[in-house]
Design a protein around this ligand. Structure first.
Ligand code: SF4
Ligand code: MG
Length: 316
């Protein structure tokens, strides 16, 4: 049994008269306990909406979400509250997600207070314990978010997410807003906490290089659909979908000789609007390898062996 299983998830938003924005359009994947699943795509591809729907911040338009074998779409009352304790989120902009008028200690204890877990001395001890877990110290508890750097703020966001001992954390672009030098520190911290606490992550990013080292498996999203998914090592060695290949070719390689001899795949045009998308492969208008059939009906995500799946007519 998988820890999380998402089946045919759809999340549509109304976009004015007779228009629907298909933010998430029939997405299926699973995540096993202790694993990190990377979800990658350009902004607007539906990756955050997928994460937020799993966290129950949005109600799905259609589809199923199972956590530890339980249907979490139809939870209510106490069962819904229990689920919100097991699943936490870490956000992209640590500053925007921290209340500037609250002390760091109170921010970290938000979940503890909401769920009435501890008070008084035990609450204070738990705050100190969490600060230590993320590489901060006791003195930081009485300070305010603006006194911290971006990387430290993200550590505060992580401490807040860990406060009520979740099993599963949705990391929504946790390093995208940080300096490159700080990104690796936060990734290392997340990996260390994962091993110590047995956590499972959904790790959302807009760039394949950001999920490469932390993810066991990766899925690439385009306009609300998963176009390719594979183990991390397989995906980086052998990207099949033309969109994944283009994203991959945009990752700089530190060796200047290799870099000079590489072919960049430049995509034409912008990502089309997710409102009232035409039939066929959604990547069709930008794909350098498009064929006549591509515009007619959408290719299905199919397993090409050992868990490497791709939605593209080139492999049929
Ligand atoms: Fe390109 Fe066609 Fe494959 Fe879509 S199905 S990615 S348009 S080749
Ligand atoms: Mg986003």
């Amino acid at each position: 049994q998988h820890l999380l299983e998402v089946k045919h998830l759809k999340k549509y938003f109304s976009a004015g008269h007779n228009a629907r924005l298909k933010a998430v359009d029939d997405v299926s994947f699973y995540i096993d306990k202790g694993e990190t699943f990377g979800l990658v795509g350009e902004s607007g591809c539906g990756k955050s909406t997928t994460g937020r729907t799993i966290a129950r911040l949005y109600e799905p338009t259609d589809g199923e979400i199972w956590f530890e074998g339980r249907d979490i779409v139809h939870l209510s009352g106490n069962a819904a509250k229990q689920y919100t304790k097991l699943v936490q989120m870490i956000f992209q902009d640590p500053y925007a997600s921290l209340n500037p008028r609250m002390t760091v200690g109170d921010i970290i204890a938000e979940g503890i207070d909401i769920h009435g877990l501890y008070s008084g001395k035990r609450r204070q001890e738990r705050i100190y314990e969490l600060l230590a877990m993320v590489g901060l110290n006791e003195e930081h508890a009485s300070r305010f978010p603006h006194e911290f750097s971006g990387g430290q703020r993200q550590r505060i966001g992580i401490a807040r997410a860990l406060a009520i001992e979740p099993k599963f954390i949705i990391c929504d672009e946790p390093i995208s807003a940080l300096d490159v030098s700080i990104q690796a520190q936060i990734v290392n911290l997340l990996e260390q906490l994962q091993h110590e606490l047995g956590l499972t992550y959904l790790f959302i990013a807009h760039d394949l290089s950001m999920v490469k080292h932390i993810s066991n498996r990766v899925a690439v999203m385009y306009l609300g659909s998963i176009v390719e998914t594979a183990s991390s090592s397989e995906l980086y060695k052998n990207p099949l979908h033309p969109y994944t290949q283009a994203l991959m070719s945009a990752i700089p390689i530190p060796d200047p000789d290799i870099e000079a001899s590489r072919q960049r795949i430049l995509l034409e045009g912008d990502v089309p609007s997710p409102i009232n998308t035409p039939p066929g492969c959604k990547f069709c208008g930008r794909c350098p390898k498009a064929m006549p059939i591509c515009a007619e009906k959408a290719p299905l995500l199919e397993d090409k062996g050992s868990g490497h799946s791709v939605a593209c007519y080139l492999y049929e």
